[in-house]
Design a protein around this ligand. Structure first.
Ligand code: ATP
Length: 202
């Protein structure tokens, strides 16, 4: 799965619409301290469905919205779009009928996040699964934040296991299994209630 453009509007320090063109091969982002290099990586993780504010270096998810500066007022919304070349049809069934996918996440103050794939509204889970299946999810080991190597060395084996699962592209399967188990538990609880009602009628 090849990413070719990241577009940010109102996301952290990127108040005006900014395009990062990602060409084939290695892309380097260089600049002085505080110019927004880490914000770009966070935008990538965020549009893939990251939902932990701490992973965005914030206290709440709305902290990703441009907070204003001396000359510019704060924004009410932040939006990030990642364009993906899907000519190899890596995307899961249901969304792999297009050669290009544009995945957008928008957050509005007091209204939370909304996701779209090629203009169609989808759930956060659909976006998370799309990237998890392609081994490029927001927890992907390909995205290394500052301090992460130290965390990895000190991590428990279970946490290291999750990193390997993500790298192997099977974390989506674990998520689906978890959801299936929850549904099964719900069905069993319903069955129990039906049995109790039937017992009451007998
Ligand atoms: P370094 O090289 O020091 O790691 P960097 O280039 O990675 O720096 P970032 O950490 O990405 O820089 O960007 C930090 C800048 O983003 C700071 O100037 C900070 O004020 C700004 N910033 C972060 N969140 C917001 C926000 N919600 N609104 C406006 N600006 C923000």
């Amino acid at each position: 799965m090849q990413f070719d453009r990241l577009r940010l509007t109102g996301f952290k320090s990127f108040v005006d619409t900014t395009d990062l063109i990602i060409l084939q091969g290695l892309t380097g982002v260089v600049g002085p301290n505080g110019c927004g290099k880490s914000n770009l990586l966070e935008a990538l993780r965020w549009v893939m469905g990251e939902n932990r504010p701490t992973a965005m270096r914030g206290a709440g998810m709305e902290d990703v919205i441009f907070a204003g500066s001396g000359r510019r007022p704060a924004r009410a919304q932040a939006e990030v779009t990642i364009s993906v070349d899907n000519s190899d049809r890596v995307a899961p069934a249901g969304m792999n009928d297009a050669d290009r996918l544009e995945i957008t996440r928008r957050i509005t103050r007091d209204a939370g996040s909304a996701y779209r794939i090629n203009g169609r509204e989808v759930r956060a889970r659909d976006v998370q699964m799309l990237f998890a299946d392609a081994s490029t999810g927001s927890h992907s080991p390909a995205l290394v934040r500052q301090g992460q190597i130290g965390e990895l060395i000190n991590a428990r084996s279970q946490a290291r296991g999750r990193i390997l699962e993500e790298a192997a592209g099977i974390s989506g399967l674990y998520q689906r299994r978890h959801e299936a188990v929850l549904k099964l538990d719900g069905a069993e609880a319903n069955l129990k209630r039906v049995d109790e009602t039937l017992d009451g009628l007998a």
